[in-house]
Design a binder for this molecule. Structure first.
Ligand code: AGP
Length: 637
């Protein structure tokens, strides 16, 4: 989704802005732009603004042809919300004088009334965006302040922005430059991320950490409602009330913020291949080698979060919701904990009645999904409003980005530690989320003691021992299915619809298989619980519609095989995901997965789902890593 980069210092800004935007490309965008302020002989400056529709290369070419000098500037990649993805809607947006430029992420919800108010006093709008009200409002405020005798300065620009922010409703991160003060940059955030990177005599602001990689590791994440004035000499940081704030910068950890495709054709393929490593790290961090007596899992969770728990509610979107569905199955079947899964976007407008002693878990790889954050914040608020401590909020986040907005909102985080995921289609972060749920379910099961749903404490320990084998199993599976799925991809050249079937704990994996295929190949796909086929979807089947069926030994194995027979009787091409053997001979093609404990099977069955989608999309020559219309982190509601 939209990305912001802003730089102030002593070197040419445009090349660094373009490089920062390149690092944010993975988030998804449809146009891009930069504005720089060139210091002129008079001491004030000249604003240069370049914008281009489509990929960043178009903007880079424009920069090569026209240039954009100056040591202070702002840049943006836009993912269209208000107004089509055309150059005139690309950021930066300017005020009427062309001296002030703004880039913004998020949505200004009251932009219509602000636009009408400005138009009524003669302001001309050049775009259809919500953002354009901001440069006009700041410019109007600057004019008012200057009419009162104030001189152009960074402090004046800061004050004008501070005065305008309360007029804006909604979520935003923004950066503002003004030609009258070439040595000043003002940035602000509310409910959208913004980080300040501290270099030597220069500062780089960005909406996401990859843009800072290669520039600095020292960062100052801005808090909600904060505004900052940046000059080459330093940072002045203010809270929403206008009080000056002092905060110690933090360090970005490891190399996980650097996006590198290595020798893989696409980031998505590389990330699928990284899953054994994701699993190995998780095993090393969370499964202590304690013999028969030590704790089953080690999780960084305080007792207060889990003591006396009666219910869990999971809020998530897209792939993260599928992980949550597997998680709910585990929490109920392994830990006996009643669990509900919600679409975060629906929860906010129709939450269930409050239940006591409830853990609310936000599941989001990016930690920035607006729907999930809003649902969590709403739940926190309505629980805080209750006098009865039984209803007090207990918020947990499961994320790949502990430093994200989610991390700041919740009481505790399970960091899935998968390293940066660039492909818009989530793969290794999905596996990481699944593992977080295995950890949580095992921890809760252990706290409860005794047998749950027929699983004794010894049986739980055996499950943990099997989990330790996961990295090796994944290594073999990824290598095998990479080859097999590549060989299958040509069969899908003319395919228009695919059905994915699963039952029990593998039903969410069928949903995930269908979502992955839709996202990157643009083939229509649906996932169903296999038993539901006969209640309607079976009408869709004929020889043109492949059916991918997950059939893993366990409680529903025979049932799934019967459902597959029903599809076969309608001439559907059957692709099975299950163990080799006489039972699975019903399938036209088998993507073999070793027989493991049914409860662990999603960790394996998801691999052929990911690789099948990947190879079908790659075979079609599509932009696998940045599929059309999608964004890596969906920061609008
Ligand atoms: C996954 O492949 C998708 N890109 C999408 O469904 C994603 O899972 C969803 O937008 C939620 O994102 P989050 O995990 O960052 O909250």
């Amino acid at each position: 989704m939209c990305g912001i980069v802003a730089l102030i210092g002593s070197r040419e800004a445009a090349p660094q802005l373009l490089e920062g935007l390149r690092q944010l490309e993975y988030r998804g965008y449809d146009s891009a732009g930069i504005a720089t302020i060139e210091r002129t002989a008079t001491g004030s400056g000249q604003l240069h603004c370049l914008r281009a529709e489509g990929k960043l290369i178009n903007l880079t070419n424009r920069h090569a042809a026209q240039g954009a000098p100056g040591q202070c500037g702002i840049g943006h990649t836009r993912w269209a919300t208000h107004g089509k993805p055309e150059e005139r809607n690309a950021h930066p947006h300017l005020d009427g004088s062309g001296l002030l430029a703004v880039v913004q992420n998020g949505i200004i919800e009251n932009h219509r009334s602000l636009r009408e108010e400005l138009q009524a006093v003669g302001v001309d709008f050049r775009s259809d965006t919500d953002t354009e009200v901001i440069p006009h409002l700041v410019s109007r405020r600057l004019a008012e302040l200057r009419a009162g005798g104030a001189l152009a300065s960074g402090t004046l620009l800061l004050q004008a922005v501070q005065d305008v922010l309360p007029l804006l409703q909604g979520a935003y991160a923004l950066a503002v430059v003004w030609a009258q003060v070439p040595g000043a940059l003002v940035v602000a955030r509310r409910a959208a991320p913004l980080l300040i990177g501290l270099g030597e005599g220069e500062f780089l602001c960005a909406s996401d950490t990859p843009a800072l990689a290669g520039f600095t590791r020292t960062i100052l994440p801005m808090e909600d409602g904060e505004v900052a004035l940046l000059t080459p000499l330093g940072i002045e940081l203010y809270d929403a009330a206008g009080t000056r704030v002092q905060r110690t910068p933090t360090l970005l950890s490891g190399t996980e913020h650097v996006a590198d495709k290595r020798s893989f054709r696409h980031f998505m393929l590389k990330e699928i291949h990284e899953q054994p490593e994701t699993a190995a790290l998780w095993v090393a961090r969370h499964l202590p080698v304690g013999g028969a007596t030590g704790p089953l899992v080690a999780l960084p969770l305080d007792d207060a979060l889990l003591d006396g728990l009666e219910r869990v509610q999971l809020l998530a979107c897209g792939t993260s919701r599928h992980a949550a569905q597997v998680g709910a199955y585990l929490l109920e079947q392994l830990a006996g904990m009643p669990t509900d899964v919600f679409f975060a976007s629906e929860f906010r407008y129709g939450p269930p009645p409050l239940s006591p002693h409830t853990l609310t878990v936000g599941v989001t790889q990016s930690g920035e999904t607006a729907d999930t954050l809003a649902a969590l914040a709403m739940e926190q608020e309505r629980r805080r409003a209750m006098a009865d401590p039984a209803y007090a909020p207990r918020l947990l986040g499961i994320t790949n980005r502990p430093e994200s907005s989610l991390g700041r909102l919740v009481d505790a985080v399970l960091d899935i530690g998968a390293g940066i995921e660039v492909g818009v289609a989530a793969t290794k972060t999905f596996l990481g989320q699944l593992l977080a749920f295995y950890g949580l379910a095992l921890a809760l099961a252990e706290r409860r003691g005794g047998s749950i749903n027929g699983r004794s404490p010894e049986a739980l320990r055996q499950l943990v021992d099997q989990l330790r084998l996961l990295p090796e199993q994944l290594r073999a599976l990824v290598a095998d299915h990479d080859r097999r799925c590549e060989g299958l991809a040509h069969r899908f050249v003319d395919t228009r619809d695919v059905i994915f079937l699963g039952r029990g704990i593998n039903y969410p994996i069928a949903l995930e298989g269908a979502l992955k295929l839709k996202e990157i190949s643009y083939i229509h796909a649906e996932g169903y619980p296999a038993g539901e086929m006969k209640h309607g979807p079976i009408a869709l089947l004929d020889a043109q519609v492949p059916v991918v069926s997950i059939a893993m030994p366990g409680s529903v194995f025979e049932k799934v095989l019967s459902n597959a027979q029903e599809a076969k009787a309608r001439d559907a091409q059957l692709i099975g995901v299950g163990p080799e053997g006489p039972d699975t001979e019903v399938f036209d093609v088998l993507l073999p997965v070793p027989a493991v404990d049914e409860l662990l099977s999603p960790l394996l069955t998801v691999i052929p789902m990911q690789l099948l989608s990947y190879h079908i999309a790659a075979h079609r020559g599509l932009d696998v890593d940045q599929p059309r219309n999608l964004a890596k982190s969906v920061t609008v509601e």
